[in-house]
Ligand binder design. Structure first.
Ligand code: 5CA
Ligand code: ZN
Length: 412
């Protein structure tokens, strides 16, 4: 599947610090330790509605990790999926009478436009679930060889407890896992399952649903195996970072990791599991299923500068849950104007300390709010100096412009 165009990323003088990142499994902020190339997989959209602020915040968070790695001398191999066949997409298509492939195609195209507008670096491989079906079948066969698969009325299930480390990412007790599994697409109560938490790998064809031929009968893949198969195929058995919103920690990342670990015999599948907080609207998680959405595309159509949208997201630490309000956008627009005026000013304080401070903040678990505060102070000092003669560093405006573009992805 085609991704989207890459934004320009200026290179900065010197080199940034090594990235430290929160890991859900250990509950700590720990150093990342990639090789020359950092391997990152971030779960992509289920394309049945347009990109909202929650999606955008999550993709901008991992975009920061990408930028910090680049700035500290690593290349990044980034892979993202598109869940272009799954229950919510098929249900929406059925409700509206639209062909499910047309719905997915339209929403994927809009997502690409939104990601381009807010300067998110594209994945090197952008892979759909449908195009990955042969790959998924290969991984199901591997799990079968490992003795971790059984059948319920023709559907195939993965024995999650065949992975001894199952449960170690989200750290929930069994009862809580069952409860959340039921809320997030799982089927703990299905009769015939060996364990309520076992998850679907392959679902036999149902009337009206799309299906594909397979050695296990015509059907379609389960959700978690889609991401593990895509990640393992492109990135290998051990990746540096598995990312997504906090609603994916359980069951999706827990179950996907166990599938990967059983298929490859290598643990851990990811050195870091990192999760972005949930963006809410009026106290409720912003979600396509609830319909309480503020859409990137709507704001863009209303003439909002995408750089202001990105700044509004960066004003919140990626791990926090927060409520989107109009005030977020208004203050981002003000900040953008102040920064643009400052980089264009003839006399500004030197860029070097600003670059060091922003690098340090972002390397410390992507602390974007502190990075923004650093640039606010620089912009304010610049404003106070305007009118004074004798610029001490005429290049510092362009130095900060490059910094903001390279590390924060905001074009001034
Ligand atoms: N296709 C699956 C992942 S394989 C999926 O969860 N798709 S999604 O469209 O529902 O979400 C895409 C990404 O946005 C996920 O990482 C999800 O955790 C994140 N996300 C969804 N809603 C919010 C929200 N309100 N705030 C922050 N992130 C969110
Ligand atoms: Zn996923």
């Amino acid at each position: 599947m085609q991704a989207w165009p890459k934004p320009e990323i200026p290179s900065l003088p010197g080199r940034g610090s090594a990235l430290r990142l929160h890991d859900t499994g250990t509950g700590t902020v720990r150093p990342t330790s990639p090789g020359d190339t950092a391997l990152m997989y971030v779960c992509g959209i289920t394309p049945y509605d347009a990109t909202h602020m929650g999606h955008a915040a999550t993709y901008v968070a991992f975009d920061l990790a990408y930028r910090v790695w680049l700035d500290s001398g690593h290349d990044v191999h980034y892979v993202q999926n598109v869940t272009d066949v799954d229950d919510p997409l098929l249900t929406r298509a059925l409700e509206t009478g639209e062909d499910w492939t047309a719905l997915a195609g339209r929403e994927i195209a809009l997502f690409r436009e939104d990601m381009t507008a807010i300067s998110v670096i594209p994945p090197r491989h952008y892979i759909g679930a449908v195009e990955s079906i042969p790959l998924v079948l290969e991984y199901i066969a591997k799990l079968q060889s490992a003795g971790s698969v059984y059948e319920v009325d023709g559907d195939l299930y993965f024995r999650v407890h065949s992975d001894p480390s199952f449960g170690s990412i989200a750290g929930l007790d069994e009862q809580k896992m069952v409860e959340i599994f039921a809320e997030r697409g799982g089927d703990p109560d299905r009769a015939g399952k060996e364990n309520p938490l076992d998850c679907l790998l392959w679902q036999l064809e149902r009337p009206g649903d799309p299906s594909w031929d397979s050695p296990f009968g015509r059907g379609r893949p389960g959700w978690h195996i889609e991401c593990s198969a895509i990640a393992l195929d492109h990135l290998g058995p051990t990746i540096d970072l598995q990312g997504g919103g906090s609603d994916l920690a359980f069951p999706h990342h827990e179950m996907g990791a166990s599938e990967a670990q059983v298929a490859t015999g290598k643990t851990p599948y990811a050195r870091h599991y990192t999760h972005a907080g949930m963006v809410r609207l009026d106290g409720e998680k912003m979600s396509k299923s609830r319909g309480n959405l503020v859409l990137v595309s709507k704001l863009r159509a209303a003439g909002v500068d995408p750089a202001a949208i990105r700044l509004a997201l960066l004003a919140h630490h990626y791990r926090h849950d927060w409520d989107w309000t109009d005030e977020d956008l208004r203050s981002a627009e003000e900040r953008l104007a102040a920064w643009r005026a400052a980089v264009a000013a003839p006399a500004a304080p030197g860029a070097t300390p600003v670059i060091s401070a922003v690098r340090a903040h972002l390397a410390n678990d992507l602390d974007a709010p502190s990075a923004l505060a650093t640039i606010d102070r620089w912009a304010e000092q610049t404003r106070l100096r305007s009118g004074a003669s004798g610029a001490d560093d005429r290049s510092s405006g362009s130095g900060v412009r490059d910094l903001v573009s390279a590390l924060l992805g905001v074009q001034l």
